[in-house]
Design a protein. Sequence first.
Length: 128
Amino acid sequence: MDWVDPYDEMSGESSLAPAMVAGISQGGPMRALWTLVKIVVGLAVAIPLGIVALAISLGILGGLIGLAVLTLKLACVGLVGYGLFRLARGLFGSTPTPPPKTLRELRPVDPYYDAAMRELDAEMRVSR
């Protein structure tokens, strides 16, 4: 029996070949072998790329975790240093600073400046 394309509407035979009705695909072992080769080639490309992507993402994540740990260590060292500074200042520090001096009162406003501002205000009202 010759192979019949099931999608060929011009053929006079039924659109479904007897082998396809029985569940056996056309082409036999070569079709299965070709499908297996395509799967193997696809996996041969996908698996190394997946490993490289995983390594890159783990490297980036490891770097970020390393920076976070380094920052935490620096914060702890800074906190200990600040505590030692406060302790040393409390033990060996000088006397408390005197209260600030009271501020003097401001000088009165210049009368000539006030007169000039009144004159400018008068001119601005006229020009509008």
